[in-house]
Design a protein around this ligand. Structure first.
Ligand SMILES: O=c1[nH]cnc2c1ncn2[C@@H]1O[C@H](COP(=O)(O)OP(=O)(O)O)[C@@H](O)[C@H]1O
Ligand SMILES: [Ca+2]
Length: 495
């Protein structure tokens, strides 16, 4: 009996097993608590809504980001876009209430998409660009009435409406640049930035950082940012009237000066023929001062589809001769030397995508051949080849291709080498390239001036560290316990 008890007392295993079980429980508990305590909270999202009231149309963008990560980069993304039916809000100058009405369907969609409990805190912005800039120049009371109408509509929704306003050309260019670089994660990582080229209907923007530009030569083209601890001195310029729709008006106005009744336009397909009213052509401040005296009601717009002649006419709407700075783009506007990569979006993308020319490794000579052959295709054949494409766009792609090429090479001075640095883009990581995201990030202070403090270890590293340390500690306890019991069992028994 006493020998058995002795055996039991000397055998360390039952105690060791108990220690192992407790140890395993402690480690599991420790790691679980550490993981749960530090785990990112279940993905709750916050939302922001921006309405891009462009000259040709309005689009509503919904952005979302994880609720607890307001200050981190690369996390805000577009979850939905809704295209407003009908034209841009500036087209409703004579019946402003319709501008407000036109936004209702997309706003109702936004109300469905953003979870109800987030409605009140979700900021809602409307930014208008060159269409409203032009209307405001031409008739400021009409533009005020349009804004009142859209504000009335937007106030009827339960979002946190922050107002509707016209963006300056500088803001439009700069926020497009912020969007492109934010989405490509170039800002937080302090990488060399990408330039932004935006072609709208009524204006066009170019924005880039150039190491030989400090902002002093033409201060009005300079925008400075401090983002994630880095300073950026951005060159940006917006050319009002040089969006593709207004540029076409400039082109038509130019041609009607020579032939007021019928113009044979080399930028339109052979066989194309359309009656155009003078009042429609001259309704914009971009061309209104050029209206010929005693012009008829309408003129006949026909096409000849000659790319080389088209390029010549397109060039005539630019002034390449006057420049009071060290370098200019066109119309006497300062531009530093081009530098780095560029993302070209909006109409740049639509047009080059249609022409199958988004690949910029295609040499410029080949690009010209492709556009030239499209221009020379008879209008009937073009319509037959592209039955699903809006006829208005179809008719304009020849002009638009020639315009883009002239703007980039003669206007901004891209060479056959630097042209390869352009990427025609629509989206970056699922979000549309354009000024709206940058605008929202700025207004919600979502890009900090200084780099946010980051924990010394990333989350995964932290969890692994805690686990390894706990296991090590446990092994140590087991080893010492076993050694202790073994020593006890070897000690001579005193009888
Ligand atoms: O599918 C398309 N094909 C060709 N052009 C398009 C397409 N979708 C939009 N666009 C053009 O893109 C431009 C967008 O300009 P927007 O309305 O943003 O003007 P803004 O930025 O000057 O105010 C317009 O010229 C419009 O016609
Ligand atoms: Ca635009």
């Amino acid at each position: 009996m006493s020998a058995q008890r002795e055996m039991k007392e000397k055998n360390p295993w039952p105690v060791t097993i108990i220690i192992i079980v407790i140890g395993v429980i402690v480690i599991v508990a420790l790691v679980t608590v550490a993981v749960l305590q530090n785990m990112p909270l279940s993905q709750k999202y916050k939302y922001g809504i921006v309405l891009d009231a462009g000259s040709s149309h309005t689009a509503l963008y919904i952005y979302e980001w994880p609720a607890e990560k307001d200050n981190n980069t690369g996390r805000v993304q577009q979850t939905h876009v809704c295209k407003v039916q009908g034209p841009g809000i500036s087209s409703y100058a004579s019946e402003p209430w319709k501008a407000g009405e036109s936004l209702m369907a997309c706003m109702q969609e936004a109300q469905q998409r953003v979870p109800g409990k987030r409605h009140l805190e979700t900021p809602l912005y409307l930014g208008a660009t060159a269409g409203m800039r032009l209307l405001n120049m031409e008739n400021s009371s009409a533009s005020d009435a349009v804004f009142r109408a859209v504000e009335r509509s937007l106030h009827t929704f339960p979002f946190n409406f922050q107002g509707a306003r016209i963006l300056s050309g500088q803001e439009e260019g700069a926020f497009g640049w912020v969007t492109v670089n934010y989405l490509a994660d170039r800002l937080e990582q302090g990488l060399e930035t990408t330039g932004a080229l935006d072609l709208g209907g009524a204006s066009t923007q170019i924005s880039f950082v150039s190491s030989n530009y400090d902002g002093s030569e033409s201060p009005s083209n300079s925008v400075t940012f401090r983002l994630y601890g880095n300073n950026y001195n951005l060159y940006t310029n917006s050319f009002l009237c040089y969006g593709k729709d207004q540029a076409m008006k400039l082109l038509l106005a130019q041609q009607t000066l020579l032939a007021p009744k019928t113009i044979v336009d080399p930028c339109f397909h052979p066989g194309y023929s359309e009656a155009v009213s003078y009042s429609g052509l001259y309704d914009s401040p971009c061309v209104s001062n050029r209206k010929p005296q005693g012009a008829p009601e309408a003129f006949n717009h026909t096409g000849s589809g000659n790319f080389l002649q088209c390029q010549d006419v397109v060039k005539s709407i630019f002034n390449f001769t006057y420049c009071k700075y060290s370098h200019c783009s066109f119309n006497g506007v300062f531009q530093p030397l081009l530098q780095g990569h560029f993302g070209a979006f909006s109409a740049y993308y639509f047009v080059m995508d249609f022409l199958n020319l988004t690949d910029t490794s295609i040499p410029l000579t080949k690009v010209k051949e492709v556009i030239s052959s499209y221009c020379a295709t008879p209008w009937d054949e073009v319509k037959r080849q592209h039955p699903g494409v809006k006829v208005k766009y179809l008719a304009e792609y020849c002009f638009a291709g020639a315009y883009i090429l002239t703007l980039l090479t003669e206007g901004y001075n891209f060479t056959s080498d630097s042209y390869t640095q352009i990427e025609f883009i629509k989206k970056i990581k699922g979000s549309d390239a354009g000024w709206t995201l940058g605008y929202m990030l700025n207004l919600t202070n979502m890009i900090p001036a200084e780099a946010p403090d980051s924990p010394p270890l990333p989350y995964a590293g932290y969890v692994s560290f805690v686990t390894v340390m706990a296991v090590l500690l446990f092994v140590l306890v087991i080893v010492s316990t076993r050694r202790f019991w073994l020593r006890c069992s070897k000690r001579p028994q005193i009888v």
